[in-house]
Design a protein around this ligand. Sequence first.
Ligand code: FEO
Ligand code: CA
Ligand code: CA
Ligand code: CA
Length: 626
Amino acid sequence: RPAQAQQGSAFDFSEVVAGVDETHHVAEGYDADVLLRWGDPIFADAPDFDPTNQSAAAQERQFGYNNDFVGYIPIDGSSEHGILVVNHEYTNEHLMFPGIVTIRNAQTPPAVAPDEETAEAGEQTSTEAELTPAEPVEPEVVVAPADQWRADVEMAAHGGTIIEIRRDNGAWTPVLDGARNRRITAKTPMEVTGPVAGHARLQTSADPTGREVLGTINNCAGGVTPWGTYIMAEENFHGYFIGTLPEGHPETANYERYGVPGESYEWGRFHDRFDLSAEPNEPNRFGWVVEVDVEDPQSTPKKRTALGRFKHEGAESIVAPGGQVVFYLGDDERFDYVYKFVTAGTYNPDDRAANMDLLDDGTLYVARFEEDGTVAWLPLTHGEGPLTAENGFESQADVLIETRHAADLLEATPMDRPEDIEPNGANGRVYVMLTNNTRREEANDANPRIDNAFGHIVEIAEEGGDFAATSGTWEILVQCGDPSIAEVGATFSTATTENGWFGMPDNCAVDSDGRLWISTDGNSPAATGRTDGLWAMDTEGEARGTSRLFYRVPIGAEMCGPCPTPDLATFFVAVQHPGDGGEDWEPFGRPSYYEDLSTRWPDFRDDMPVRPAVVAITKQGGGRIG
Ligand code: FEO
Ligand code: CA
Ligand code: CA
Ligand code: CA
């Protein structure tokens, strides 16, 4: 097997060949085993998955759809027995209910327009989802009217899973009678905490207290805190709302800034709270960071409003030298911002309970990347600078509900879609994934490419190595894309092979050896001639900027994770939306795909649909990965 150790590299493995096919691939000498798929039981009494007869009640006992963030919380410090936490970001109706729902993102527009009259007349559609054969989806799409049963399955397939897992004789398995096992859905009662709790702008007819929200949605990345709680970040919440605000409603400008209503789902036809004309304040109850105590399956998840309201990609944290806990937060939208939250209190490693409300008190900052290579962290604090009543902010609650507007007034730096942000305790730096921004017409120093199709990574060094500092320096680690195409402007090191480059960085992880791993979202035959995957990226010494491919996903999927166990012997990765059609996108003249290749990963059975799944990667014979 060819040795690929590079002088000064932190990695030593044989690179996967980049490409596209119906299955996943891991580096030679490693195993990649499916651990949990959509529909798998989470409890001993959960019903078997039947894709032709799915129900909300069954889905609430089964693994949800579109696994994104994966976290591992060790039990008694073990790297072979722990609690896996997984976000279920969104649902792909055309893959979950094949044959009866419009195909979003298809290359050809639907041949039949949605017929609302038919829906209102209550015409029945088949509830038996006929599975299409493993061949290209026909562009002639029949659009079924919305059904409440489908909306309710989708709501139950959102949220998160908490499940005990164990490694025996090398193989990972779920522990179905684990005492902490839990499904969180779009209907799970949650408590609003922090400065916004109870505010009039969060009150609804179902909840006049403004403190009790049902559910969490579009949980993309997330985090695990130093005290072992599970953080779920609410990202594209705008898409779940339909309807219009009453004329002249005071939330009009607020909702416009967040793209509400996004009208991607039809839940509002069956549940009034997702219809703005019925419940105008409901969108203010989403877009937060949620904290879950995994040790108590009866605990009420908390929406921690001190961390702001925006399209939260994730919330990874680290303890600063002074003991404050610092959370790095991306707002994933073109031209939106990078944030961090610094707790007022300090972390107590000896008393878990003492940390449980740290997230309710602290300072939220937004980043301004200056031309001279410094970064300024600007506090979003009511009464400071422009964040006053004259500008519409009556209190800190208003600043947090309209975090984006407050950050606009502070003249934060508009970025190329901030995704995951990961602090590295080993070198004191912070890695910011900027996935792409094809609408950028004017460059700034931290976002130097117009029409940035492939994204880049910014590295921040906080002042004095203190993650709680209010200033630091920054530089670009790498501009992504194919280095062999000059006009792309990629800046991977010259040691990076034709398999090693990537576009569209999204999730990332820093492992316990301080090594950076990057997952991508958007590579496809059309965009880059390869699928998404997991790349290992050197950040130190002469190997800095060298990337190599460790694992790649089946066609149509996006790569989420990775989540290494503390001993680095297992990496959990999430394969999201395999088989999805992606976009008809040809920035460099490559043909779009979908017509000629599809997949039924991971089962490859005629009676099973393609399914998102979490995969456990281990080294054959054991040992550290990578
Ligand atoms: Fe859900 Fe920003 O990716
Ligand atoms: Ca995703
Ligand atoms: Ca993401
Ligand atoms: Ca993404």
